[in-house]
Write a protein that binds this ligand. Structure first.
Ligand code: HEM
Length: 208
């Protein structure tokens, strides 16, 4: 570790991130098993999937509430606030870097600093995932766990049915986010560097 390494991920964030990552992976696997598994040949036994899904869902939802509080009061939340000036231009500049510049060895268009740890695409994807997809999936999840809380009908469509569809669509978006997140996190001087930083908290000095 060098003295120029940036300490970007405090302990609370790393604990939340680890617990959340395990829960989300469990939720995706059990969710797919419940949605697409055949009762005769399920990927996982249906009852086990339901039990694990409920447990991981409640844990992730509690974790999310902790994330919201810490993110707000620690100041880390500022990293998620979008800067709308020149938004499209900055997004496309970062997109071009991921598609082309990175492979040509060009420097990062938005170097990492303590004040700006996310590039514009990361900021946008973290904001949408953590402040749109995750709250919607958590609220609809609570609704499906306690269906008596849901409206019986919304515009003549069953409330539970609509909630289940919204829950699955958010699950799909979060799964997509995770695939892109894992790929983007592997971009750097060494594919494992960023994975190490979300465990030890430090972003390597020669990779800003
Ligand atoms: C095996 C699963 C996962 C791995 C290996 C992983 C890896 C990482 C890494 C390396 C970083 C820091 C570098 C970067 O920003 O790219 C990071 C940050 C982050 N990850 Fe993940 N991630 C995983 C799952 C998830 C999931 C499921 C979510 C949300 C649904 C998530 C949300 C975030 C957020 C919001 C940050 C930024 C935290 C902050 O600095 O405020 N990650 N992740």
């Amino acid at each position: 570790m060098s003295k120029h390494d940036l300490y970007l991920y405090p302990v609370w964030l790393r604990i939340w991130h680890g617990v959340n990552a395990i829960c989300i992976i469990l939720l995706i696997v059990t969710g797919i098993s419940m949605q697409y598994g055949n009762l005769d040949y399920p990927f996982l036994p249906f009852k086990t999937s339901v039990l694990l899904h409920n447990f991981a869902g409640v844990t992730a939802a509690i974790g999310y509430a902790v994330f919201l509080v810490y993110n707000h009061f620690s100041g880390n939340g500022k990293q998620y606030v979008p800067n709308y000036r020149g938004f499209a231009g900055r997004i496309s500049k970062q997109g071009m870097y991921y598609l082309y510049g990175y492979f040509k060895g060009e420097p990062k268009p938005f170097p990492i600093t303590k004040e700006n740890k996310f590039n514009p695409l990361q900021r946008f994807s973290y904001l949408t995932t953590m402040y749109v997809f995750v709250p919607i999936i958590a609220i609809t999840g609570v609704g499906l766990l306690y269906p008596e809380l849901i409206f019986t009908k919304i515009f003549n469509i069953g409330g539970v049915q609509l909630t289940a569809v919204l829950h699955s669509v958010m699950g799909f978006f979060i799964s997509l986010f995770l695939i892109v997140h894992l790929y983007v996190a592997s971009i750097g001087k060494n594919p494992l560097r960023n994975y190490k930083s979300i465990i030890n908290g430090y972003h390597a000095a020669d990779d800003h």
